[in-house]
Design a protein around this ligand. Structure first.
Ligand SMILES: Nc1nc2c(ncn2[C@@H]2O[C@H](COP(=O)(O)OP(=O)(O)OP(=O)(O)O)[C@@H](O)[C@H]2O)c(=O)[nH]1
Ligand SMILES: [Mg+2]
Length: 485
């Protein structure tokens, strides 16, 4: 169904032609100092005034009014409230909006909401205020997603990125890419018009240079994604290795808390144990696993299958080996697998920890383990290998420095960073269209074919920004929102 002429989405979706005045609690449910109810729509002031009779007929925008909220029929007092008024065109949603701050009591909130519905409001759906803001042109789709990211961000660096997205930094960057594409397209169209007269409107070198600039801008955005995603979502690290190598001890040493049970009995950890800490303000979850080994024990088998799932989801994998014990054949095989199956980016995920290096007189043992690792293609030159001790904390600060480098939270203020998969996929699409266009320009293919690719790229930008409405995309995005936002 087309959003513009179908009268809106079915079921739980939003309606574009639905201009009802909506209301919802915008603060978290439960007891608190205050609660804020939001009312938005063409009749926001009129409906609010039925409950808050002290409001003037035409309240001033950006002014707060104080009085008693009362029942519609008998005028019974409900609560003392503050009402903030925002005129149409000057509010978050772009519509006339009233925000009622009452005492944070669920009974009062429920009563006020019921009264607002009696007055003519419809209860809002989750995300509907932001949806209206988007539909009224107050923000584009990327900015609306920024609102959600800001609400959900778990760390300062993530919140900083989300705020930049909300303020339109990423949208501006995408618009610049679009401007570049439109400029090239205009030159191509002119050359199509003049082609019969044999006039070259613009040298292909100039076109090529401009297309490359746009392509490079896309590449910068794509490169920012791995870092952006880490900052937005945090980092997950899995600890793996044979039984008894000291995985649980390392987890406890790293998070400086007794999270996992440590014993001298191999196979102590049977299920996943998580510890959390922060690096440069970014949350890191470290998962102690049951280790990978052949087993006939049912409980252990389930634990190992969970380990594999945790491994797939992790950004980093810490392989732990023990300094005092030669690498076993199955251990070598596992480590070899990681070396041979992995491409470069996959390899970068794997870190090797030689544990139980408690004192300097173990250098001979360390050298033997490093030589064994070297035999299977893992060396300090081509991989991250650390000598550590969970007992003495030896080498843990080097490991921490490595993590700090991995989670650089200093993403430059001036450049845009991609944090969401939808944006990454969109920019990838634009980039592939550009690559094809560049190849066509280089091979002097006729302008129509090049234009076709560029139009595709522009469509992808429009879809990202929500200039071209895709019902499923919109539905998916706004469904993530909480009630009252
Ligand atoms: N000397 C020394 N012993 C350690 C160190 N780290 C762990 N251990 C000992 O090694 C044994 C096993 O430690 P765990 O942390 O339970 O090992 P694990 O890899 O989690 O073992 P499973 O859960 O059985 O797979 C315990 O007796 C620990 O005290 C270390 O850095 N130095
Ligand atoms: Mg353990």
């Amino acid at each position: 169904m087309n959003l513009f002429n179908g009268g809106g989405l079915d079921g739980d979706g939003f309606g574009v032609d639905d201009h009802a005045t909506i209301c919802a609690l915008s603060t978290p449910p439960g007891v608190g100092g205050i609660a804020v109810l939001r009312v938005s729509g063409p009749d926001a002031f009129q409906f609010t005034r039925k409950v808050c009779r002290f409001l003037p007929v035409q309240p001033e925008s950006h002014r707060i009014y104080f009085g008693t909220a009362r029942c519609l029929d008998d005028g019974d007092s409900v609560d003392e409230v503050l009402v903030s008024c925002f005129a149409e065109g000057r509010s978050f949603t772009g519509e006339e909006t009233a925000e009622i701050s009452c005492h944070g009591n669920p009974v009062l909130v429920a009563t006020l909401l019921k009264l607002l519905v009696e007055a003519g409001c419809r209860p809002a759906r989750p995300g509907e205020f932001t949806f209206r803001s988007f539909m009224n042109g107050r923000m584009d789709l990327v900015q609306a997603e920024g609102v959600l990211s800001l609400i959900e961000s778990q760390s300062r660096p993530a919140a900083r990125l989300a705020l930049r997205q909300l303020k339109g930094r990423l949208s501006e960057e995408l618009s610049r890419v679009e401007d570049g594409l439109i400029w090239i397209l205009a030159q191509l169209e002119a050359s199509i018009d003049f082609s019969t007269e044999g006039i070259e409107v613009i040298p292909s070198q100039t076109l090529l240079a401009r297309a490359r600039e746009v392509q490079e801008a896309c590449e910068r955005l794509l490169e920012s994604y791995s870092q952006g995603r880490l900052l937005a979502e945090g980092v997950q690290v899995a600890l793996v290795g044979r039984p008894n190598v000291g995985k649980s001890s390392l987890l406890n040493a790293i998070v400086q808390e007794d999270r996992a049970i440590v014993t001298a009995v191999p196979g102590t950890t049977r299920d996943l144990v998580e510890g959390r800490f922060a690096v440069n303000g970014v949350p890191v979850t470290i998962i102690d696993t049951a280790g990978l080994r052949e087993t006939t024990d049912e409980v252990e088998r389930i634990g190992i299958s969970r380990t594999r799932q945790a491994l797939d989801k992790s950004d980093l994998v810490f392989h732990v080996i023990e300094v005092g014990r030669p690498l076993q054949e199955d251990e070598r095989e596992d480590l070899r697998d990681f070396r041979s199956n992995a491409d470069l980016s996959e390899r970068a995920r794997h870190v090797f920890l030689v544990n139980k290096v408690d004192s300097p007189d173990q250098q001979e043992q360390v050298a033997m383990r490093l030589a064994e690792l070297n035999d299977i293609g893992i060396s300090k030159q081509n991989s991250k290998v650390f000598e550590v001790s969970a007992r003495t904390r030896n080498g843990l600060s080097e490991l921490e420095n490595f993590l700090k480098g991995y989670v650089r939270s200093d993403a430059s203020e001036s450049s845009s960073v991609l944090t969401q998969a939808r944006h990454f996929e969109g920019v990838q699409k634009i980039h592939s269209c550009l690559m094809r266009a560049l190849a066509l320009i280089t091979s002097d293919t006729s302008a129509e074919f090049i234009a076709f690719e560029l139009q595709d790229a522009i469509r992808a930008i429009h879809e990202l920004l929500g200039k071209e409405l895709n019902e499923q995309v919109i539905d998916r995005i706004f469904k993530e929102f909480c009630l009252g936002k």
